[in-house]
Design a protein around this ligand. Structure first.
Ligand code: GLA
Length: 365
């Protein structure tokens, strides 16, 4: 008799702390209401059969080995990682259904990996703890798909809880839940710029390499260990200096943002978001005209702050908007996009939603 289990985990939006995760730094994501769901069922053979509701496709894999660039790898790769780590995972049917927008910088891939590891863990009674679930999901992306992303996304998808942002220390991999409840007169808006961001095209890996080179020249284990931007003056290479300055100042902004949240100082929180964007635009050079325009339109509509979120080169802009200015903002960003012949943006709003572990606890209750 075939057994079955389900895993559900959301996309995430990072409030602040971009490109700090692979520098052992700090990030502050929240969970989204868009989720990936994976229904898993045992098979009588050893095959892994993956299907996608969105694509209407099914693929059967008999011999799993790392395969970059395939949609099914985000699902089947989890089984490969688990088997590599010695877990007894037999043949399995995995049906994927995901609402997380693709290419929007909202961790659609981490949501799929997280939902899959939750489903497979339950199906084969592996009893993985929160750290191991996240580690397997991240290894799927790094080792099966060969995408050199950091530790944030899978932990955000799994560990976020409703009404909180997750302060993740990417060196210790310890997460702290920081209350994140907006007052009624403020709204967190998400602008999908419809300029897909791509992680696999080399620019992400190049930024990562620059950071490691900067750390090496400064004689530190990671840029996390530099807290005084003046220490960066020792970098002779102007590009490396700018890249490192983004990371060092961004780490400080995350900790300041947490203090602002604790003090319910939303003006300060917004100003930090905008400073983060300027740093990504000018020092890290990962923004594009559509995201810069969305930030400018938000600020011109009275937003307290706005910034691109995620890996960069497109994706989603996050804006902290007075609720009574939201309609104005939607109109303004649409008009500004039309005036520049950009594809129309889509604006939605979000709160801090439950991650995969909280959703699992709710399903079991
Ligand atoms: C992508 C990666 C993350 C992180 C962000 C930038 O989302 O998957 O690991 O590096 O970019 O903050």
């Amino acid at each position: 008799m075939s057994r079955s289990a389900v895993g559900v985990s959301p996309g995430r939006v990072n409030l602040i702390g971009e490109h700090t995760d692979y520098n052992d730094g700090f990030v502050l994501p929240i969970g989204l209401r868009w989720q990936a769901r994976v229904d898993a069922a045992t098979r009588s053979d050893d095959a892994v059969v993956v299907s996608s509701s969105q694509l209407g496709e099914t693929i059967r894999v008999d011999d799993l080995s790392p395969t970059p660039g395939q949609w099914w790898g985000y699902v089947a790769g989890v089984v490969w990682v688990l088997r590599q780590r010695g877990h007894a995972v037999g043949g399995v049917d995995l049906r994927l259904d995901s609402q997380v927008p693709l290419g929007g910088g909202l961790s659609s891939s981490a949501a799929i990996e997280a939902a899959t590891v939750l489903a497979v863990d339950a199906l084969f009674s592996l009893g993985l703890d929160a750290d191991e679930l996240a580690s397997v999901a991240q290894a799927t992306e790094n080792d099966f798909l060969a995408i050199p992303t950091g530790p944030m996304d899978q932990r955000a998808s799994l560990w976020c809880t409703a009404g909180h942002a997750l302060l993740l220390d990417c060196r210790s991999l310890q997460g702290t839940q920081v209350p994140f409840e907006l007052p009624d007169d403020l709204t967190l808006a998400l602008v999908d710029t419809h300029s897909p961001h791509v992680l696999a095209d080399g620019a992400y890996g190049e930024r990562r390499t620059s950071c490691h080179a900067a750390a090496e020249r400064l004689g530190v284990r990671a840029l996390r260990d530099v807290t005084d931007p003046a220490a960066l003056e020792g970098l002779a290479d102007a590009v490396l200096l700018r890249r490192a300055r983004h990371v060092v100042t961004e780490n400080a902004r995350v900790l300041d943002a947490v203090a602002a949240l604790e003090a319910a100082d939303w003006a300060r929180f917004g100003a930090l978001m905008t400073a983060s964007h300027a740093s990504m635009r000018d020092d890290y050079e990962i923004t594009v005209p559509t995201v810069d325009q969305a930030v400018d339109s938000a600020l011109a509509s009275g937003a307290l702050g706005a910034r691109m979120t995620g890996g960069g080169f497109g994706g989603t802009v996050l804006a902290l908007v007075p609720t009574d200015a939201l309609e104005d903002f939607v109109r303004r960003v649409s008009d500004d996009y039309a005036a520049r012949d950009f594809d129309p943006p889509s604006v939605s709003t979000t709160a801090a939603e439950a991650g995969g572990l909280e959703l699992r606890a709710r399903l079991r209750a």
